[in-house]
Each structure stands twice: as structure tokens, then as C-alpha cells.
Write a protein that binds this ligand. Structure first.
Ligand SMILES: [Zn+2]
Ligand SMILES: [Zn+2]
Length: 338
């Protein structure tokens, strides 16, 4: 990839960092791009048993096999209409998947059922993202002129809109290096790279920056609130970066529902690149069911392989004979039936 993306938190090796231009120190920058490389990486999903709460439901019902230290109940995260989930401190931390599902439910409710401070946050964000001068400033190659106090309000309101204010944020700084939320001497600081963006994706720089903030908020929300000692489930559902199955469930919903809520054409949390680097690093082992839920199943299916085998000198539409076309149509139809 010639042009690269915003610097998302990750676990880059020194070798990768050497290759990276100074402004881009994010691991998803180096996510595999070729279809065959991606397929090889994700192929183990075809034989990986799924450990999600739907496929392995009995394991989640038997609390003590799930977690040594805590009995996690779905009821811990009830959301009454026009309210936020009742976060009882004695129930923390929560089962990561129950938390993810409650979170999606929280912002996917009918607009008239949203909670009051959530409504206010969404209206504020709609106003800001509809403000041409602000979006123009956020779309600059270098964003350092955008007021940091204003950016703090944006980040805080995103946390209110999607994460019921359960992410701690005290300050915002434009800063080169990873874009992330970190704690130092009791102060939670959100740092965003002022000049990192990807020219090869359709999203504007402003949209990419909003996506990066949401990527990081989702990760930190899970690391702050989801149980990381669930015996076998936390490595799949949270993972050490906070970017496991629970992250993917929330991230996909933010991309699909959040854009409508915030009146943005597009939100991109770099889900595919993040999954690929986490699989590469051995942090994630998605099942085929996971890939289906993430809408990435196509990356390991026949259609993808057929496209890959087409000689490069022909355009796919020139070469797709009737037989191949039928095959692909049948495959799509079968997928739709599922
Ligand atoms: Zn599953
Ligand atoms: Zn647990």
C-alpha cells in the first residue's frame, strides 16, 4: 500500500516500524492486501469451533466453567426504555459478549427510546458533523489547528452516544504516534495523530479521524468494563488488545447504525485490517460463524477463489462465462437462503 492509514493502536514489530514512514505507526497499515494472502490467513476459520455465546450457549449458561471469579448474568445489563444499562458496581466487570450486545442494543434503539443524555450527545455530534467549517478543518492534511478542547467534547460525546459514558476521558491532544486513550498519573488522555490518513480509501480524512476515535473508544470501553479473566472466553471475546469478538460486534454496528445516527455518510473502524493483523499476531482465531457475523465470510468462499484464478490481463466481467456466472449466482442464492 502506497498511502497508509491512521495510526491505530497495535503491536507492531520493530521490523514493521522500520518500514513505516514516521507519521504512520499503526499495525493495520501492514495488513495483508492480496486475496490469496488474506484467504490463507483466515482459512483456519473453516475448521475452528465457534466459542460465541450463540454457538456455545451451554458454556455461557454454566457460569462457573466460564469464569472463576465472577458469575456473569445477561440480566446485569438490562436496558429500560429511555435509560442507560444499569451498571451496578458489584456486577463489574461484565461478560464481554453480553456487554457488546447490550451496547449495540443501547444505540440501536428507536430514536424516541434513547436515553436523555444520549439524545443530547447525538444532537451535539450531528450539529458538529454538519458544520462545514469544522469538518473542513478536520479534513485538513494537518489537524493541529483544530481546538483540542473542542476535540475533547467530540470524543466525550461519542462515548456518551455509544458507550453510556463508561469510558474515562479527561484530556485530548494532537500527538504523533499511536492514536489512543491512555492513563498517566490518573489522567485519561486521548491522543490522535494529526497528520495520519489513508489516501487509498474512499473516506475523507475527517471521516477517517472519526473512525479512528470510535475504533479506540470501543477497544478501551471493553478493556475498562469487560471481564478479562473469563477462563477460556476472554482471549476470544476481548483479547489482549480489546479487539476480539466483542469489539467486532460493536464496531460493525457502529459502522452500520452509527452513521445514520450521526448523519455521516460513512464510518470506517478498519475492521478487516484489524482482524487480519490480530490473526497474524495469534491474538484472534475467528470461526466461520464469526466471519459470517462480521460480513467477512466472502473472504474465504468460492467466489473469492474464482476471482483470484482469473488471468490478470482480462477484466473479470469479460471472462466470466455462463458456467462461472451460474455458479456464482447459485452460491449467492444459497448464502441468501442461509
Ligand atoms: Zn458462533
Ligand atoms: Zn469473567
Amino acid at each position: 500500500m502506497k498511502a497508509l492509514i491512521s495510526a491505530l493502536s497495535g503491536t507492531p514489530s520493530d521490523k514493521d516500524l522500520d518500514k513505516a514512514p514516521d507519521i504512520l505507526r499503526g499495525r493495520p497499515t501492514f495488513a495483508p492486501q492480496s486475496k490469496s494472502e488474506i484467504r490463507d490467513l483466515l482459512k483456519p476459520a473453516l475448521s475452528t469451533p465457534c466459542t460465541c455465546d450463540h454457538c456455545a450457549s451451554m458454556d455461557y449458561i454454566d457460569h462457573w466453567s466460564l469464569c472463576d471469579s465472577k458469575k456473569h448474568l445477561f440480566e446485569d445489563l438490562q436496558i429500560p426504555p429511555r435509560r442507560r444499562p444499569l451498571f451496578r458496581d458489584d456486577r463489574r466487570p461484565f461478560n464481554a459478549l453480553y456487554l457488546a450486545r447490550a451496547t449495540v442494543k443501547y444505540f440501536a434503539r428507536r430514536v424516541d427510546r434513547l436515553e436523555a443524555s444520549q439524545q443530547t450527545a447525538i444532537e451535539y455530534l450531528q450539529t458538529m458533523f454538519g458544520d462545514e467549517a469544522f469538518i473542513e478543518a478536520l479534513d485538513m492534511d494537518d489537524c493541529r489547528n483544530v481546538d483540542q478542547g473542542l476535540m475533547l467534547e467530540i470524543v466525550k460525546n461519542l462515548a456518551r452516544a455509544f458507550f453510556f459514558d463508561e469510558v474515562k476521558i479527561d484530556q485530548f491532544r494532537w500527538k504523533e504516534g499511536y492514536s489512543r486513550l491512555v492513563e498517566k498519573k490518573g489522567v485519561w488522555m486521548f491522543t490522535l495523530h494529526p497528520t495520519a490518513f489513508d489516501t487509498e480509501v474512499p473516506s475523507s480524512k475527517a471521516t477517517q479521524r472519526i473512525g479512528t476515535i470510535l475504533h479506540e473508544l470501543t477497544r478501551m470501553f471493553l478493556l475498562m468494563n469487560a471481564c478479562q479473566t473469563c477462563t477460556w472466553a476472554s482471549k476470544d471475546n476481548v483479547n489482549t488488545l480489546g479487539r476480539g469478538r466483542a469489539w467486532h460486534i460493536i464496531a460493525k454496528a457502529i459502522e452500520e447504525i452509527g452513521s445514520g445516527l450521526l448523519h455521516l455518510e460513512h464510518i470506517d473502524l478498519r475492521r478487516q485490517a484489524s482482524l487480519l493483523v490480530d490473526v497474524q499476531d495469534g491474538l484472534d482465531h475467528p470461526s466461520l460463524h464469526d466471519l459470517r457475523i462480521y460480513a467477512f465470510e466472502y473472504l474465504v468462499t468460492v467466489k473469492h477463489e474464482v476471482e483470484d484464478r482469473l488471468p490478470a490481463k482480462y477484466e473479470p466481467e469479460d471472462l466470466l462465462g455462463a458456467d462461472l456466472e451460474d455458479m456464482l449466482t447459485l452460491k449467492t442464492a444459497r448464502d441468501d437462503d442461509d
